[in-house]
Each structure stands twice: as structure tokens, then as C-alpha cells.
Write a protein that binds this ligand. Structure first.
Ligand code: IPD
Length: 277
């Protein structure tokens, strides 16, 4: 049977590539920086322009589909997942990197039907790496198949996490306490490249064993989660329950053994759900 979402996935790859070109060009020019919820929660004209470009192209081709995008939600659009085919978009994942020209910036496009992920596309545009994952059909980077690491020993692993943009000292303490505990297991190393979508794609490549974060949004993780699971990994909640796209919490790993070991060390803190009324 023909894949009902092949045209949508092809479109996602094409528009992510186009968006990446716009971002690469913008990196050569002056960057217009604005703040959202705080002085460390940044947005630029490029984030807004790229989201508009992606939205317009999807609306033209798939007018009945729903859209959730980081900048539209920031502008007051609802962030609620329905059963309808829904595109979940981060036009510039790694905005702080973009502002500082730290060379990891991704376009992230997830596609969900009846609340179930169908495909994900992450274009790490400075590196020119196109990561894709299609339900039941595997994950790829620039056309080559991806496979997570086969490591089961946490002590032989690299774990990725991020510091996020919450500067509440109590939250920062929890973030550092989790990192300290994981580092001292000990693991081979802790990393983080400043974009959730790229971090997750790195789990899919097998370069690292796991990535976790509390405080991310659905647009940061919708695409990456299916890329990891299609590369043979797992996506769960940071306390070990099922992965919940709107919960602002994620743990992806190469396997359940590594994931369960990391769960034991994570100190959680509250994060308002993306779909909270
Ligand atoms: C951020 C990045 C970052 C993560 C933050 C995200 P943005 O996305 O993915 O790595 O730590 O939680 O919000 O704001 O650059 O699209």
C-alpha cells in the first residue's frame, strides 16, 4: 500500500532545506535579537520569517492540516494537539546558538496524526545534515541509515543534556544536581550542543547514548523523538513513564537499560505543560 504521508514527508524535507538556506544566509548578516519571556529567552527576525515561510508552504499544499509553531504560539496561537494531521515546527532550534553564531542550529519539523508521530525531519543546517525518521521505515542522515549505539553499560556512555533558559536558582540547582549525579556514576562524559533536535539526532547516530531535558517544548522534540525510535532507541518520560509530547520533559536513549539508569539520577522540577489552558 502506498505511504499516505510520503508526500507530506517529502514536502517537510524540501521546506526544511529551504529554511536552512535562509538561516545560513542570515548567519552572514546582522542579527536582530529580541527577548520573549526573559532576557535569556531569545527570538530573532529569522525565527519569525522562517516559521512564516514553512507555514505558508504547508498551508498551500496541505490546507486542512493543523500547525503548531514556536513563534505562532509565542504570538498567542493555541498549542493543543488534536486528532487532526498536525505539523509541529521549530523554525530555528538553537536560537541562542544562532544569535552567537555557535555553529549548531536546526530546523525541526515533526508530523503527528491522531496524536501519534508519523515522521520527523531535523535539518542541522550549518553542518548540512538532514536527519529523517518515518514510522516503521527507519531513520536516516543524508540518506544513510542510522542505528543507535549498542552500549548497555552506563559507565561506557556519553549523556547529553542542556541547561535550558530557566534561571530560577532552585531549578538551576536541580539541573546541576542531576548532572553531578550522572557525571559521577561515572559516565564517559556529558555534552550538549544547544539544540534539542540535534541532541536527539546525535542519539540516533550512536555517537552518544542518551539525551534528557526538562523545560523543552513540543516543537523542540517532536521530530527528534521519532528519529531516535526509528534508529532503534527509546523515548520515555524523565521519571520512566511513557513519553508525553506536551509534557515539556523528554528522555531518549539507545535502549531501556541506559534510560532506566539515567531516570534514577534525574531530579525533576515543575514545567508548565505546552497544552496547559
Ligand atoms: C531550545 C534549544 C535548547 C534547549 C531549550 C530549547 P529554541 O530551543 O533546543 O537546546 O535547551 O530547552 O528551548 O528556543 O532554541 O528553539
Amino acid at each position: 500500500m502506498a505511504d499516505p504521508w510520503q508526500a507530506a514527508m517529502d514536502h517537510a524535507v524540501a521546506v526544511a532545506r529551504k529554511a536552512g538556506e535562509v538561516i545560513r544566509e542570515a548567519l552572514q548578516s546582522d542579527i536582530n535579537i529580541m527577548c520573549k519571556s526573559s532576557s535569556v529567552d531569545l527570538v530573532t527576525k529569522t525565527d519569525q520569517q522562517v516559521e512564516q515561510l514553512i507555514f505558508a508552504s504547508i498551508r498551500e499544499k496541505f490546507p486542512t492540516h493543523s500547525l503548531i509553531g514556536e513563534e505562532s504560539v509565542a504570538a498567542g496561537q493555541p498549542c493543543v494537539l488534536t486528532d487532526s494531521p498536525t505539523w509541529i515546527i521549530d523554525p530555528v532550534d538553537g536560537t541562542t546558538n544562532f544569535v552567537h553564531r555557535f555553529p549548531f542550529v536546526a530546523v525541526s519539523i515533526g508530523f503527528v496524526v491522531k496524536k501519534e508521530p508519523e515522521f520527523g525531519v531535523v535539518y542541522s543546517c550549518v553542518e548540512d545534515k538532514m536527519y529523517t525518521g518515518r514510522k516503521g521505515k527507519g531513520a536516516y542522515c543524508n540518506g544513510l541509515p542510522l542505528q543507535v549505539s549498542d552500549q548497555t553499560d552506563i559507565k561506557q556512555s556519553i549523556v547529553i543534556t542542556e541547561l535550558g533558559s530557566n534561571r530560577d536558582p532552585e531549578v538551576v540547582d536541580k539541573i546541576f544536581s542531576s548532572m553531578r549525579k550522572i557525571l559521577c556514576i561515572p559516565v564517559h562524559g556529558l555534552r550538549g550542543v544547544g539544540t534539542a533536535a540535534t541532541n536527539m539526532s546525535l542519539v540516533a547516530t550512536g555517537a552518544v547514548e542518551a539525551y534528557y531535558e526538562i523545560g523543552v517544548h513540543c516543537w523542540d522534540i517532536a521530530a527528534g523523538a521519532i528519529i531516535v525510535t526509528e534508529a532503534g532507541g527509546v523515548a520515555i518520560d524523565v521519571e520512566g513513564g511513557p513519553f508525553d509530547l506536551m509534557s515539556r520533559r523528554v528522555l531518549v536513549a539507545n535502549n531501556k537499560t541506559i534510560a532506566a539508569r539515567i531516570v534514577k539520577e534525574i531530579d525533576t522540577f515543575p514545567a508548565r505543560r505546552d497544552d496547559a489552558p
